[in-house]
Write a protein that binds this ligand. Sequence first.
Ligand code: S3P
Length: 431
Amino acid sequence: METLPLQPSIRISGVVEVPGDKSISHRAVILGSIANGTTIIENFLEGEDCMRTVDTFRKMSVNIEKCGSTIKIEGKGKDNLKEPIEPIYFGNSGTTARLMLGLLASLPFSSFVYGDQSLTKRPMDRVIIPLQEMGGDFIGRKKTSYLPLALNGGNLHGITYNMPVNSAQVKSAILLAGIGAKGKTKVIENYPTRNHTENMLQAFGATIKITDNEIEVENSDELKATNIYVPGDISSAAFLLTAAAIIPGSRLVINNVGLNSTRAGFLEVLERMGANVSILRETKNAGELIGDIQVTHSPLKGITIEGEIIPRLIDEIPIIALLATQAEGKTIIRNAEELRVKETDRINAIVEVLSKLGARIEATDDGMVIEGKTPLIGGTVMSYHDHRIAMMAVIASLITKDNVNIDELASISISYPNFMDDLNSIIQKDI
Ligand code: S3P
């Protein structure tokens, strides 16, 4: 059990950077490993999830060197990937699992894949079904819906797939399978989900066509290595920005954060709730918008969050729920049923943790309703071994009257290994 210190009379102030984007780091390793030539990735996220993707390619004999947050990959093209002679462990990483199932299905050898307890309970049929339609040959538990799985890769053909869930992992799995399949592969989205795979495929020279909500790829044997700078992860930044938004007197700047509009729904929510948000500088790298974000505290109000914005902030809902406890009035979150199949059932986890800490919050089938503004008390909570629930509890502890105890904080290293140090560096105790 960890006891988080009481933090009376603090404000949040400073200029920081957060570690590299998790989604982009995964994709940079995947495309770098199947491209021809040397790819250098800078500001790679050294979290456990992304290291699972690195290990996966090392098992297929790709030479990947890591020096801090810089990664060097000697790509020899996907035809030179070797059959893994051991089962591949995806750990806790849903992104590694779904994206790699797509790629492995297209490669001409067999693979055996498995994950940790949480990943073993998460649905894989959402990628298996379209991959089987493309000719993929899988076997696994419960009608091949869950890890562990065995697959015989190769001989895929293109399909047109109307996505039944709003999931970038599903979209990406099909596109990665598509670049190794015969013919054209088209994915049709209902609402836009994060488009990092499309951006990066373009940066590596794949044949890809994007029109409105349709993405089409063709067999691309010749991806060309390129260098990638990974922007700071807006999903990690959201925790620190929330601390600034809920603590009076705060002003925080986070430099070099990814601002891709398919990811930046959180900033729109902050603004609609009444926080002062400004973007101080913008640049672009490999198709990704990057900028410096400033948030200063101001009174917040409750809002309704639903529809197309949900996939653009799906990972930020735990911290948005905390934000809503400090906003005047009611916040309603709808259409977020995907939260039930994340690292844990996040609807239950958020409601359990925040109600223990004194919030007025109720779960619904596809979201939650939060009544603010409520002073938070202390209490003993669980992280459910979910990095984003653990970080939500830590940020909550900055404003609780009594201590917060939590069963573990180690899971935070999945996406933000230096979270505690970065947070401590912006806590000012001088008021
Ligand atoms: C991710 C997509 C999202 C997100 C996850 C990362 C990705 O999952 O929740 O943390 O990198 O593609 P879904 O595709 O399941 O929505």
